[in-house]
Design a protein. Structure first.
Length: 640
């Protein structure tokens, strides 16, 4: 009958058989949608769907008013124990209790809000009544009283934030005091709990141009540091487009999407102040943080979230964010490595959140997805740029793999330093990072093979190699040749390189030579000749396809099979999905990945050097990547 386990009949309706009102009532704000054979109820703290009988909507018409007023005894008198009606009433009330849609009525001025939000509203109301909050601003002395703002006041400015926050806090049932400190820049407001038995808690809010923010709850020092960093981020304007731009054209400035300044709508500052007050009141009263109550899959559990609001058009959403000053212990606890490809991409997107993001966001943009999936990613702020290295473009068997490769390569370029003996490698987890690092160490420019190129028949029989080679040379018409060589006489490791056939003219534009000498149009290092040839041909196809669309290609990314274990985690290929199918092929590659890493580690002598980037921006970016669960390696070795 429901989407959960039915509760026993004694869960609430049998509480008072003497006719006195029951202690439960429907939480304020609970909405009800009648269904053909049931009901759907949803509130701030839960939701439930009751199905199985066309009589449920009629039963709800009987119960709704008594449940909203807390007087269910009338319907209970009409429903004798043991009857079908009483059983239906007991089931409905039990499900509402189980899904936290009923509550005892609280006392105090914030009764409606607490009744909708708190687990035990009377207890929360008592805690808030004993709480004193200081509204601290950096406003100069002599400003008109905060409470002077009224309905007839002029459009609000950031300076009105303190007064609006104070009024919202008082409506929440706490005592409010105001303070001014020169340590806080003008335009920022800090709301902090003064005194009390628990640890000091605070949130901060600020407005810059047409944007505003509310920090996550934390210590006063953490909230103030986050507010200063967010204000600087909004002032710099970090919302940049990741769409590819024509070769040779300058990339759009990173502030291109920052809102224009101008008078704020009259409702903007009061709403932002109310959001800041709500977060602090929830922290003070033991209520769930508003950022945790929604079902936004873009928010990562375990990381703080800030509210980012836009005035034109009106918009507000929570986004994960970590500032450069991580004072509180919970800000210094990194996420565990991603367990799946989808989870890694969610983290990459969170790092590149609009307006406040510090990392690049990998997106397909306007790139055509045939004949190969393509994704582009801007270089992160602080990366060394050249006229042809504003954007990384990557291709892969699937778009999600292309997005991950583009993100990792762009992040690596953002960490690159002046020391040529150290190379920074980024991966979704340690195995992925080492797979990428070892492939590059064994790629073009590494010591020579044990023998000459293998015959074409050795690798062309692989279905994926045959497909991508035909796509490159026939569909795209590129004059090229493939060289596949064995890297060790006793171990299975092969390097494939696609080289332009200089003996005949190429019918279309091809990308510039990559940073690796001799890498040609594409290359790959894999455990079988067919896998190496397939990935090399795919890489070359992606590079040519991107170049013909005018994308500024940094270098032909070589995704290879390092992400295959994450790509097929939890997947169950159908019996017919052999290596002619992408999932079947990636499953085979994933099964060989661990052995290939061991072979390449022996061949290259690669090791982690525990080095940090020289530039402060790059060091902070590396720390941020690790905090979001990515692996950052500083690798070097003899590469024998």
């Amino acid at each position: 009958m429901t989407d959960g386990t039915p509760a026993p009949a004694a869960s609430g309706t049998d509480a008072h058989r003497d006719g006195s009102p029951l202690p439960w009532r429907l939480r304020p704000g609970v909405a009800v949608t009648p269904l053909h054979n049931g009901l759907h109820l949803r509130g701030r703290r839960g939701s439930v769907t009751l199905e199985g009988s066309a009589a449920l909507p009629r039963l709800w018409r009987l119960l709704e008013e008594p449940l909203r007023t807390g007087r269910l005894t009338g319907p209970l008198r009409q429903a004798e124990p043991g009857t079908a009606l009483r059983e239906a009433v007991d089931t409905v009330v039990g499900q509402l209790l189980e899904h936290d849609l009923l509550v005892a009525e609280p006392a105090g001025p914030a009764a409606g809000w607490l009744a909708a939000s708190a687990k035990r509203p009377p207890t929360a109301a008592a805690v808030l009544a004993a709480t004193r909050v200081e509204v601290v601003s950096g406003a100069p002395a002599g400003r008109p009283p905060y409470d002077r703002l009224g309905a007839a006041a002029p459009p609000p400015t950031p300076d009105d934030l303190a007064g609006a926050a104070g009024r919202a806090l008082r409506r929440g049932g706490v005592t409010v005091a105001y303070a001014v400190t020169p340590a806080l820049p003008d335009g920022l407001v800090l709301l902090r709990i003064a005194g009390g038995d628990g640890p000091p808690r605070a949130v901060a809010a600020g407005v810059h141009g047409g944007l505003g923010f509310v920090t996550a709850p934390g210590s006063p020092e953490q909230a103030a540091a986050d507010a200063r960093a967010l204000s600087a981020r909004l002032a710099a304007g970090t919302g940049a487009s990741t769409a590819p731009h024509p070769r040779g054209a300058a990339a759009p400035p990173r502030s291109a999407t920052a809102p224009a300044s101008g008078p704020l709508p009259a409702s903007f500052v009061p709403l932002l102040a109310a959001a800041a007050a709500q977060r602090l009141l929830c922290a003070a009263g033991g209520l769930p943080d508003p950022a945790d109550e929604g079902d936004d899959h873009r928010l990562l559990p375990g990381l703080p979230a800030v509210l980012v609001a836009g005035a034109r058009p009106p918009r507000a959403e929570y986004r994960n964010w970590l500032g450069p000053d991580r004072i509180d212990p919970d800000r210094r606890t990194p996420l565990e490595p991603a367990g799946s490809l989808a989870e890694a991409l969610d983290r990459a997107v969170a790092l590149g959140a609009e307006h406040i993001g510090t990392g690049p966001a990998p997106l397909p943009g306007a790139l055509r997805q045939l004949p190969v999936p393509l994704a582009s990613c801007d270089l992160p702020g602080g990366a060394v740029r050249t006229p042809r290295s504003e954007t990384v473009v990557a291709g892969a068997p699937r778009l999600d793999l292309a997005r991950l490769e583009a993100f990792c390569r762009a992040a690596e370029l953002g960490l690159a330093g002046a020391d040529p003996t150290v190379r920074y490698v980024v991966g979704a987890n340690p195995d992925h990072a080492w797979g990428r690092a070892l492939r590059r160490a064994a790629g073009p420019g590494a010591p020579g093979p044990v023998s000459g190129p293998l015959p074409e028949a050795v690798w062309l029989g692989h279905p994926q190699a045959r497909h991508w080679w035909a796509t490159l040379t026939q569909r795209l018409g590129v004059r090229a040749r493939m060289e596949v060589i064995r890297l060790d006489r006793d171990r299975e490791a092969y390097r494939a390189v696609v080289l332009a056939d200089t003996g005949r003219p190429d019918p279309g534009p091809v990308p510039d030579p990559a940073a690796e000498p001799g890498s040609g149009l594409g290359w790959a290092v894999e455990a079988t000749p067919g896998d190496a040839a397939a990935f090399a041909a795919l890489t070359a196809t992606a590079a040519v396809s991107a170049a013909r669309q005018g994308a500024a290609v940094t270098d032909p990314c070589a995704p290879g099979g390092s992400a295959a274990p994450s790509a097929v985690a939890g997947a169950r290929p159908a019996p017919w999905e052999d290596n002619r199918w992408t999932t079947g092929w990636l499953t085979e590659v994933a099964a060989r990945e661990a052995a290939l890493r061991g072979t390449l580690r022996t061949l290259t002598g690669l090791h982690d050097r525990e080095a940090l980037p020289a530039a402060p921006e790059a060091r902070e970016f590396a720390a941020l990547l690790r905090a979001f669960g990515f692996t950052v390696l500083a690798v070097g070795g003899d590469q024998r």
